[in-house]
Design a binder for this molecule. Sequence first.
Ligand SMILES: [Cu+2]
Length: 288
Amino acid sequence: MNKVKWYLPIFIVFYSICAQSTIVHYNLFVIQDSMLTVNGEKLPYVSYNLTNHFRQENPILNARVGDTLTLLIHNRTNNVHQFQIQGLSKSPIEILPKDTAFVEVKRLLEGAFIYFDPYDFPVNSYFGLSGMLVVKNHSHKSFYWNLKDHQYALNFQLSEGTSVDWALYEPNLFTINGKSNPDINIDSDAKVIGSVGDTLVIHITNTGLGIHSLHFHGYHVEIVYSSKFPNHVGRKKDTLPIHPMASMILQLIPDKPGEYPVHDHNLAALRANKKYPKGMFTTLSIDP
Ligand SMILES: [Cu+2]
């Protein structure tokens, strides 16, 4: 499983041609580098990347309902990693240092799913290795928020191989797709832009360790998918707690134009290293 063979790419192409369902394929590179905070600090970090080039966002993977997803995971680090898609893949696969592993998930179900490294959980997932897979068939305007929380000191501890006492965890940096306010507003995946009457769909994963309660100003949104509380589907609310390692899909049909904030209701989460409002905070821009 772990040793990538020279014929694997040929096999994937051949399989794509022959199989009946559509194959969606991604390469994911596990790379250790530094994330740049909104204050300009650099924190040791590990992320999934679509190329050999490090980015701190963790890419949004997209597929359609019923597709087969294939992934080649390239571990570019000196540490053992694992890979799993919550709710879709049954058991984690292991990727040894500098090795590559192949992952296949058939007949994808609709939803927003967390792909992550479950090795020594929550260590690797916290250290950056957790992103979002979206499986959908609609063509509405879509937005993607992968929520994370971080504690500066822990990233340095983890990069040095020091063990962490998670009972003392006190996050002081909060991000959406790896960015904090105001940087998040230039992320076209995240920044909600639409018009009155549009159907806007917001896909949310919480890959942090704390609950993030998002407050929408100006509008109520409808829950159309919840991984943790499926019985909440259909509820229309303006404040939505998203639990750690849970995902939610929200539908917003704006009834009026304007610029309205969306933020974590916990004021601590609006700070980055005590600086306000540089945390989990973005704005909705709705045209008439
Ligand atoms: Cu508010």
